[in-house]
Design a protein around this ligand. Sequence first.
Ligand code: DP6
Length: 323
Amino acid sequence: MKATAKAPANIAFIKYWGKRNAKLRLPMNSSISMNLSEIFTITSVEFNQKLKEDLVKIDGKVVSDKEKERVVKHIERIRRLAKVKLKAKVESRNNFPKGTGLASSASGFAALTLAASKAAGLNLTEEQLSILARIGSGSACRSVPSGFVEWKAGNTNESSYARSLYSPDYWSICDVIAIVGRKSKKVGSTEGHALVESSPFLKTRLSGMKKKVDEIKMAMKEKDFSKFGEILEEEAINMHLIMMTSKPALYYWTPETLKIMLKVIEWRNQGLENYFTIDAGPNMHIICREQNVNKVKAKLVRLAGVKQIIINHPAEGARIVKF
Ligand code: DP6
């Protein structure tokens, strides 16, 4: 009983930051994202009667007790669904540094959900997989369907899942990631979400959310890149405003992050249309049209502090792969 799955990380254009139900990971608002072609997780799960306990390895290493507990809890949900009692061996590999705000929990829990459910003999629908992945890590539900994705907040376990708005080939836009930091973040996103209510600006953020989601969906429908970029950049700052005004305050940016933000604006003013977004880490995601990707890259390589550049295209969602 073994299966292997590959799932992409995703970049959110409208962010998930704040939960209305922490246990079920029901978000306070809907979010919109794109799956990334070059950063992903491949996970194998094997249920085997010879195993005395669950074994979890990530990137070739046995994980800490805390990390293991989160994975085992997820396996437990799948065992219950499939009525399987066997222990599991989980081996997971990321092709990017985890814990740096590059969405390792999204690709990780999407791949784990698909591999474990398949290994346990379940044939879940995309919707069911997205719901299950969400309980493991909220943003993981968006790595299940393909291409450009909407996670409708919903208000129950069954109504909160992601679905594809457009396939990967719908729009040739890129996410150019500039890695400026490789260290694991001090405050993980799960702890960060729990602080949103301490920000005096949360109400303001949430009150504008529905309109923002509608507007970005319209921009995507019309392939209006300027409108799309304007909304996603404003949204990233809006989320970081909540982070920085939480108690305790969360600062995910480093001086390099801010330097690149200002550069992106400068390049745009000079005629190179590009926009930035940032998750819970210092690394920058620069969104541009495919035709401008080499220009953006050429500018980024010249900046001190940029350690690596990863060019992503829109990608498929979680898939079973042969190992
Ligand atoms: C900043 O999905 O990592 O990347 O549900 O607690 O696992 P948990 O949180 P997580 O939060 C992601 C936050 C974000 C924004 C986003 O991807 O929408």
